[in-house]
Design a protein around this ligand. Sequence first.
Ligand code: NAP
Length: 323
Amino acid sequence: MRYLDVDTPTRISKIGLGTWQFGSKEWGYGDGYAGSVARDIVRRAVDLGVTLFDTAEVYGLGRSERILGEALTERRESVFLATKILPILPVAPVVEQRAVASANRLGTRLLDLYQVHGPNPLVSDRTTMRGMSALQRVGLVGEVGVSNYSLPRWKAAQEALGTRVLSNQVRYSLADRAPEKDLLPFAAEAGRVVIAYSPLAQGLLSGRYDRSNRPANRVRASNPLFLPENLDRANELIVALREVADAHQATAAQVALAWVIRHPAVAAIPGASTVEQLESNAAAADIELSDDEYAALSAASDRFRPVTGRAAVPAIVRARLRR
Ligand SMILES: NC(=O)c1ccc[n+]([C@@H]2O[C@H](COP(=O)([O-])OP(=O)(O)OC[C@H]3O[C@@H](n4cnc5c(N)ncnc54)[C@H](OP(=O)(O)O)[C@@H]3O)[C@@H](O)[C@H]2O)c1
């Protein structure tokens, strides 16, 4: 495993574990997964040196936090535990009360990283960060983070907190490189962290899916990347991933992760449906891509132009009705 170069009491692994899948019906992994596989994934991750564990109060409506907390128990001290508040009305007293509820579900007295799940268009970060500041003062929260924030809003949150907002958790993968514009340069320069979510584009970049084998669950039914046309369009990128993977005796998914975390300010938090996937993802931290390989993958990603936004809506509706 490799770790970020930032000064936190517990070091942050470059490959973490995302736990939206835990107990969330929309992933469709079932009771066996929530009841035992998820726990096995967490424990194996700790054994492999993974320290960054990401959850949120909204995942499985609290079930993800509970499953993660129960799986960690005596391993709690060795990890960097991150959760998020759903910012429906993130005024200071609500922030404080919700952090306590999350900590209780996780069975911990410290949230190493407490993140605002997304920017609230009506509530300013000034009141939200007042709550965060109080939580830091009483020692319930270590670091404050945000998620899905633009750079100006990340900076405004920092200004409101009066100290660092360590991280911004955003979608980042070979299928979506928006953070390269300004978030990554800022993080690198200011000693902040970009936490890459959906680093495998929800499994697309594993190369496991195509037009005749589309994943069946609610999350991916609403993700335009899994429309038949976009799966066709992704083929060239998958071929490029497989070519590099062959040279490293690795898989396409591992190379996709290695590409994401090559940037020094980035940690990735892939989800996993099996212990084997988790093991494979953790091992990706040790793959060193050459400059040429990195450039070839970036070029293949530039050529990948999926149909997204409004143009994809009719096809998503049609695909959902057909299920
Ligand atoms: N802050 C936010 O707004 C936000 C939004 C989304 C996600 N997140 C966080 O980010 C985490 C990860 O994102 P994500 O779950 O959306 O997408 P992801 O990590 O890109 O994809 C996860 C899925 O990819 C497949 N997979 C994982 N490892 C694999 C491997 N080695 N080989 C083949 N397939 C593999 C699995 O699905 P199958 O096996 O079923 O194909 C798994 O459920 C979440 O758990 C959550 O913690 C945060």
